[in-house]
Every structure is written in C-alpha cells, then in structure tokens.
Design a protein around this ligand. Structure first.
Ligand code: BGC
Length: 750
C-alpha cells in the first residue's frame, strides 16, 4: 500500500472500499466521486486502441469502435525482434489513449504459443518466453512512459481457446516456471505493468481468478509485483475467494458489492486484505490521473500511421528467395494475384479488433506510387469452392509477366479469439490456384497473410519466393511495397517454428484436452525446444529469416562475469552491398544435467542494423537465470556446476560459433538420508568422503565390504542406502547406520 496517495483507503467507508473492487460498467472503473476517485475508462488493446462506441450508442458490435491506429498484431511485431520498435508502438498507443481518455489499455498478451492451432496465436508473441518477454516489455514501457497503464494478460496459461472459460490446464511446475511464467516475470520485474489481467482457465485445478498461489505468493511475493490484478471479462466467479486470492478488480461488474461488504463484516475477508485490494485501485487511479487530466489532446494520425508502417516493415519474414527473385525492379512487369492484395487481412478477430484510422492495401499503394500491375483476385475470401473463372483470369494475368506476386493466406473466418484452428493447412482452393499459375509462369512470389503459422512445405516448390507477412496492421500495403521493391531489406525472424506437419508438434498428444482438462505432457519441450532436442525436421526453424543483405558473425568470445554469469561478444558484418539488419541470437546449451533439458534455449539477442559493408560488435550478458532450470526437488531455480555451450547464430539451426564456459554452480544440495542412492551419496560433497571412509573400514574388516565390480556398482548406484540388506543381508544394516551416523555428525559440525 502506498503512503502518499490521495485519498487513502483510510478515508473510505467499507461500502466504498468494496465498490472499488468492481468495475462501474463493462469499460469503466467504479469511482467514488464524492471522495475524488474517478471511474476512468479501461479498454482493449493490445495492438491499438479499441474504444467501444457501445457506451455512447448502445451498440453491442465488438467492431464498433472509435478510429485508432491499427499496429501490426503481435503475430507480426514479434518477428521484429526489436524492443525499441515495440517501445515506439507503445508510446503511440498511449497518446491515442490520452486523446480518448482511456487510463489503461488491455494488453499486451504474452501467453506462449504452445501449439500453432491456438486461436489467439495472432495476439501472442512467441513459442519462446524470453523473446515474448523482451519484446512485450518494450511495449509496456512505451505505453507507461506516457502515463497510461497497460494490462499484461492473460495470467496465466491461456494457450488455447477450446473450453477457455473453464478448462483445467494441468501443467508441471517446471514447465510453468520455465515456459509459461517467464515472460510475465520478466515484464513485472523490468517494467512493473500497472495492471495484470488474469486468465479464464484453471491452473492445476484452481481458477486463475481465485488462485492465491498465482496472484499473491508468486506474483507479489516472489516477483515483487506492485500493481493491481483484474479479472478477464467474466473470469471472476466468486468475488470473495478472488479478493482473498489477490484479485483487486472484477470486470465487468457483477453488481455484487454487497457480497464483499458482508464478507468483510463476518470475517471471511480480513480488513487488511480488503484495504490492500482497494488501495491498489486508488494507486492505479493516482498513477493515471495526470494523463487523464489532459484535455483536448489530439494525436498525430500521420505520425502514428508512419510508426505502424515501420513496424510492419520489420514484421515480415522472408522465408525463401531463390534466384534472388526479390526485390523487384521498379520497371518489372508485375502481375498481382490474390484478393488479399486488394482486401488486406491486417488484424485478427475478437476483442482486439480495431477500426483503423487509414487503410492502404498493396494494390492501393502500387496505384499511389504509379507502379503498373495487372491484377486478378484469383479467389474469394469465403469458404466457397473455387470459381473456375477466377482461376482462368488469374492464369491469364500471369502470362508474360516478369514476376507474379500471389497474395495468399487465411481469411478472417479461419482464425480468431474464441476458437482454435483444426489444422494449419492453407485453403485448398488457393493452393490449386497457385499450382495453376505456377504452371503458366514460374517466377512466382507468394506473400502470406495469416495470424498463426500455416504449412508451407506442401506448396513451396511452386514459388521461388515466399514472404511471410503475418498480419501487418493498417500500413501493411506501403510496408509490403517497400520490401518487395527493395526500398528496405526484410529483417524479420520467426518467433515461432514452422513445422512440416502439425502432427509433429509436441503438444499434439494433449491438444486440446478432454473432459475439462488439458495435460501439458510435453513439459518444457515446447516448439524448437522439442524439435531441436529430438532432432525433428522442421520446415523453417525458430529465429529464421532471410534478408537481401548477407551477414557474417565472427570473433565470438565468452567471458565469465561471476560464478554463474557470463558475457558474450560477437562481431556481425554486412558482407553485401545493400543495407540490412541481422539478429544475433544467443542460445545456452546445458551440458550433462540432472534433469532432461532442451538441447539449447534462447537466452539473449540483439538486432543490429548495418549499412553495406559495415561491422558492429554486440555484447549480450547472461545472468544466472540464463543457465538455470526449475528444480522441483529444490522448489527453486538451480544452476548445476559444469560446462555450458554458448551458441551464437542467426536461428536455432544456424549456429555460427559455439564457445564453452565452465560454471561453478550454485552449490545447492539436498540433505542426504536413507532414501538417497549410493550415486547421490558419492556425488555429494560431504557424502562422498563418508563413502570413502566406509570403504576403507570395509577393507580393514571393520564393516561389511560392499561388492566392487562394474555390474554391482551399477546396481548400487541406483539403490537407496536403506536397501543394502537386499545385497548384504543383515550386515548391510551396519553400513547404512555408519553412513547416516557419520553424515549426521558431519552436518552438525558445518
Ligand atoms: C478477452 C480479453 C479482453 C477482454 C475485454 C476477453 O474476452 O479474453 O483479452 O481484454 O475480453 O474485451
């Protein structure tokens, strides 16, 4: 609870405190006007402002909102690997909030893309928590630097839409700590989002909205979170339980403030807990008060459109560019095929849907830039069968063109919040069209529009170039033209692996669950952590992306900066005659470990912009966490002593250099007891000495002697010392007793 806010929770009646813990309506906090506490507006997010007009007009249409800049959703922005860019997007979004008097924008969403079929993958950042955390932190800091709040969501483990309101996600503790929490944890520690939104689902049996361990022990206790937690819309089912668990605010209101009052009166809610939760709400209002007091502010529509344009440029990933088919010469004879070139798919569906301030498709951009192109729509954006006339028209358009740009992708109805996809296939009619066009003209470049991964392998041979443009927001058209005609080199890198087949995905065995629960059986082996560890072929690996420039990484050095920390330096050189950007990626490869660890994990990255021929040296620091795993044995992070490979490269499968570093380890050890195996005794600092003493006594005839040959040692190593009678009969007890006695004495001396 902060001390210097006005008014304080101490100035409020019980009823007023209770009222602060619920919204005023679907998009407003509940103020206490008489005490100077306003009921500010809070609304979606996350890739621009969705301020519903419903409040004024009574409309229930999710898409009926005030115009706002539509930035690329996280599906695109995540491929930028550029937190400075996300910071700029955040600043712009905050300015729009100030104009519209919105105190908190509901985003970003940093849930892990556990499976590409997840309906909200377009709104989430990555299959990798470090990448998700670093990119989204830029956005949070950008928004909050202007005095507007963010709502980091959905805490935690919203990785599917199927049964999302109630599904019980059964996740091993280690996977929570290593995969599903770190993006939240990093952002909380680095940027202190002013609000966090809990998820709908249950985690290991308990709804997030009433999960004390999640909202209080971990979030506030372990990570030091200072802000408030609100429910996702309709996720609070038992206000008393939620408030006790650490949920400050239910949204939207259930008009049950009296329940909180009664519970506070009869002791089911402790007075301090209600005070804490209500004070959090006052603190939030105080933080946003300055920005919300600015009247008459107008954001610069063109400047924000330009931010969206730059963001879109960095969101594209060039997957294939045979014969340097891209970039196109300005005077090339171009055929453009595909309805998406005229009617862009630029954002996802559901609560994040924005009404853009402007909209410039690719065809509009060509026209505006005076570039001549033949156009054929090729297909319709509905789920109807192909119209042969459209195919014939497209093939005709492709005839004699120097290059055919084919705009393919997923229509809006194919992916959205609210449901998961059933496969990652491209619509069959588009593949058929591609084949028909490629039979006429082999110089085909496919430009993809999709929120989550689509499979590429089944049709890739029909295209010389493939540009994955995800969803690019409102300025996608100009951004595409810039990249396609070489005004700028593509620099995006995949934030998500592209599998050859969705059935290769490690979570498929447990997707999307059954009978109300879903088991996260793959544990920490999500995405490339699985593909790379188990040697599975993928179509395009995590971190991959081509450029028109070429780069070389050299002079990789790793220096220890502490017992379990290191610093990596690498030089990256643009070896071409065009400007571009490369992302230097650092993966840590644990050596031999006590638990099953991924063969390597992303632990740092740096995006480097280089003019033709230029070199730069980057430094990436690795903290202790970069080497740690979550030990269920210690219920804590653990760094084992030993060798770790530091891999520096440009994707998870393009490693330019590996340097080994030897770490001291954190020295954590479990106390030994009768259930510890011989191997554990032998590897323990104290235990190993006692085992030696025991052997010496055996040799001297003072204790029974243990058999000593390879086969028996193998048995012994896996045997708890209380099982020695199995091998030695009754005399074995003396050995066990000796070990335990001596250990007890040694520990007492330490
Ligand atoms: C979504 C949230 C969103 C909220 C308000 C919920 O259904 O899960 O992401 O912020 O609605 O629109």
């Amino acid at each position: 609870m902060s001390e210097n806010t006005y008014p304080s929770v101490n100035d409020l009646t019980l009823e007023e405190k209770a009222s602060l813990t619920s919204g005023g309506d679907a998009w407003h906090l509940q103020g206490v006007e008489s005490k100077g506490i306003p009921g500010y507006m809070i609304t979606d997010g996350p890739h621009g402002l969705r301020k519903s007009l419903a409040v004024d007009t009574g409309s229930t249409d999710l898409n009926d909102s005030v115009p706002a800049t539509c930035f690329p959703p996280a599906a695109g922005l995540s491929s930028s690997w550029n937190p400075e860019l996300t910071h700029k997007v955040g600043e712009a979004m905050a300015e729009e909030c100030i104009q519209e008097k919105v105190a908190v924008i509901l985003g970003p969403g940093v849930n892990i893309k556990r499976n590409p079929l997840g309906g909200r993958c377009f709104e989430y950042w990555s299959e990798d928590p470090l990448l998700a955390g670093h990119e989204a932190a830029g956005l949070v800091e950008g928004v909050q630097s202007k005095g507007v709040g963010t709502s980091l969501k959905h805490f935690a483990v919203n990785n599917q839409e199927t049964d999302r309101l109630r599904v019980d996600a059964r996740v091993p503790q280690r996977a929570l700590r290593e995969i599903y929490f770190p993006a939240f944890e990093y952002i909380v520690k680095k940027a202190q989002p002013w609000t966090i939104m809990c998820s709908y689902n249950r985690i290991n049996g308990v709804h997030s909205s009433q999960n004390h361990w999640l909202l209080t022990d971990v979030l506030r206790g372990e990570w030091g979170y200072q802000g408030i937690v609100m429910s996702d819309w309709g996720a609070a089912h038992d206000r008393v339980a939620s408030l006790n668990a650490g949920l400050n605010l239910e949204m939207p209101p259930s008009f049950t403030d009296d329940k909180i009052v009664y519970a506070a009166r009869d002791g089911r809610i402790a007075p301090e807990q209600l005070d804490r939760m209500a004070q959090g709400m006052i603190d939030l209002i105080d933080k946003t008060r300055a920005a919300m007091s600015i009247d008459g502010y107008r954001f610069d529509v063109d400047a924000h459109d330009e931010v969206a344009h730059q963001a879109a440029i960095e969101s594209m990933v060039l997957l294939k560019n045979d014969d340097a088919v891209l970039p196109l010469a300005h005077d090339a004879k171009v055929a453009v095929i595909g309805e998406f070139a005229r009617t862009p798919r630029y954002q996802g569906g559901g609560s994040s849907h924005i009404t853009p301030t402007k909209m410039t498709g690719f065809l509009d951009t060509l026209a505006a830039r005076g570039i001549d192109a033949t156009f054929a729509p090729g297909f319709t954006l509905d789920l109807e069968d192909q119209d042969p006339a459209l195919t014939a028209e497209a093939v005709e358009a492709a005839k004699g063109a120097d290059v055919v740009l084919m705009f393919l992708g997923l229509p809006e109805a194919a992916e959205s919040e609210g449901f998961d996809r059933e496969n990652i296939d491209m619509p069959a009619k588009q593949i058929d069209l591609l084949k028909a066009v490629a039979a006429e003209n082999t110089n085909v470049v496919v430009v993809l529009s999709n929120g989550s991964v689509v499979s590429v392998a089944p049709w890739a041979e029909n295209a010389k170039g493939i540009l994955e443009s995800w969803l690019l927001g409102q300025a996608g058209g100009p951004a595409l033209a810039d990249v396609i005609f070489g005004e700028v080199s593509p620099s995006g890198k995949l934030a998500q692996s592209i599998p050859l087949n969705i059935l290769d995905d490690p979570s498929m065995l447990n997707w999307p669950g059954e009978e109300g629960h879903v088991d996260y059986g793959e544990g920490v082996f999500v995405g490339y952590r699985y593909y790379d560890t188990y040697g599975k072929a993928v179509d395009y690996p995590f971190g991959f992306g081509l450029s028109y420039a070429s780069f070389a990484i050299s002079d990789v050095t790793v220096g220890k900066t502490g017992a379990n920390t290191a610093s990596v330096t690498a030089t990256v050189t643009n070896t071409s005659d065009v400007d571009g950007a490369e992302v230097v990626q650092v993966y840590v490869a644990p050596g031999k470990a006590d638990v099953a660890r991924p063969v390597h994990e992303l632990k740092g990255f740096a995006k480097v912009f280089l003019t033709a021929g230029e070199s730069k040296t980057v430094t990436i620091d690795l903290d202790e966490r970069a080497f740690a795993y979550w030990s269920e044995k210690f219920n804590d992070w653990h760094v084992e002593a030993g060798e770790y490979g530091i891999e520096v490269g440009t994707s998870s499968r393009d490693i330019a250099a590996t340097v080994t570093v030897e770490l001291d380890g954190d020295g954590k050890a479990m106390p030994l007891d009768e259930w510890s195996t011989f191997a554990e005794w032998k590897s323990d600092e104290i235990g190993s000495g006692i085992v030696e003493q025991m052997k010496a006594k055996g040799a001297a005839g003072e204790l029974p002697q243990l058999p000593d040959n390879d086969m028996m040692n193998m048995f012994l190593d896996s045997m708890p010392i209380n099982s020695l009678t199995t091998l030695l009969g009754e005399p074995g007890k003396a050995v066990t007793a000796f070990l335990l006695d001596e250990y007890g004495k040694a520990v007492a001396e330490v």
